[in-house]
Design a binder for this molecule. Structure first.
Ligand code: FMN
Length: 258
């Protein structure tokens, strides 16, 4: 075959395409476990941050040993040992017909359509006493489903931390859910008042002198729609359809059994 012939050029181009395709696809396959490990590590880091236990430069796996995963049955509103919390995968649960429940449209304020009956929560204990309870929450923002953890003190009411670990909102606008300054303003807020859901995320800043400031949280500037999404997902998951009955059991009876 002549060096400059059309068929030789085509042959070289084809071989090059095949080699590149093999290289790209094999690196995707080879890197998948690493990506999944990094994703799991990022989630653990966010749980630690929500609980106020993250140490800059700290060994995430080691720090995570302080945290105990448990499953909550959202139908019975108690902890459950039906499945092993250490291996329970909340994303896989969303595809498990035995666990998935659809949410009636009039109750679906977080716009998630369905949820798993079992929720994986995380505990930080001091002896037998639960010091921190970290709850997974998620719901629609403007462009995306936003996933977060809300850490509550042992009173089942006071916020210890909030971290958004997965979302597709616009950086600088809705993406400010990741801004540490905004996240810090959650600290000390109360979710309930007189046993009723009271927390609200409002447009603009909260006047700290105004009555009810402790149950009102600042919105994100220039991102009213993401703010509304945050308000809705928090109010869904901490409301009567979400963790409120479980937290009521927990507050009134220190309920922890399955
Ligand atoms: C490219 C683009 C990206 C935007 N991203 C967001 C967003 O992530 N979250 C959000 O609430 N609003 C976003 N907005 C703005 C909304 O369309 C809307 O104007 C805004 O939420 C109104 O908020 P404001 O009343 O606080 O200005 C975006 C707008 C544009 C043009």
């Amino acid at each position: 075959m002549h060096k400059d012939s059309v068929s030789r050029t085509l042959l070289v181009a084809t071989v090059l395409c095949i080699v590149c395709a093999v290289l790209v696809s094999s690196s995707v396959v080879a890197l998948k476990p690493l990506q999944e490990r990094n994703k799991a590590l990022e989630e653990k880091k966010n749980i630690l941050e929500a609980a106020g236990l993250m140490v800059p430069g700290g060994d995430i796996e080691k720090l995570f040993e302080q945290i105990e995963p448990r499953l909550v049955d959202l139908d019975t509103d108690h902890f459950t040992d039906q499945m092993d919390p250490t291996t329970f995968d909340p994303r896989a649960a969303m595809k498990n017909p035995e666990l998935i429940e659809s949410i009636p449209a009039d109750k679906d304020i977080a716009k998630i359509r369905s949820r798993s009956r079992l929720a994986k929560v995380y505990l930080v204990k001091q002896g037998d006493r639960i010091e921190t309870l970290i709850l997974p929450v998620y719901g629609k923002g403007l462009w995306s489903t936003m996933y977060a953890f809300v850490a509550l003190s042992g009173d089942g009411n006071t916020v210890k931390g909030v971290t958004f670990y997965d979302h597709g909102e616009t950086p600088g606008l809705g993406g400010e859910v990741e801004n540490p300054l905004w996240k810090n303003r959650w600290l000390g807020k109360h979710i309930y008042q007189n046993d009723q859901l009271a927390i609200r995320v409002i447009k603009g800043r909260v006047d700290p002198n105004r009555p009810g400031a402790i149950t009102t949280m600042d919105g994100l500037g220039g991102a009213t729609l993401t703010t509304r999404g945050v308000n809705n997902l928090i109010r869904y998951w901490l409301g009567e359809e979400g963790f409120a009955p479980f937290l009521r059991n927990f507050r009134t009876r220190g309920e922890t059994h399955g």
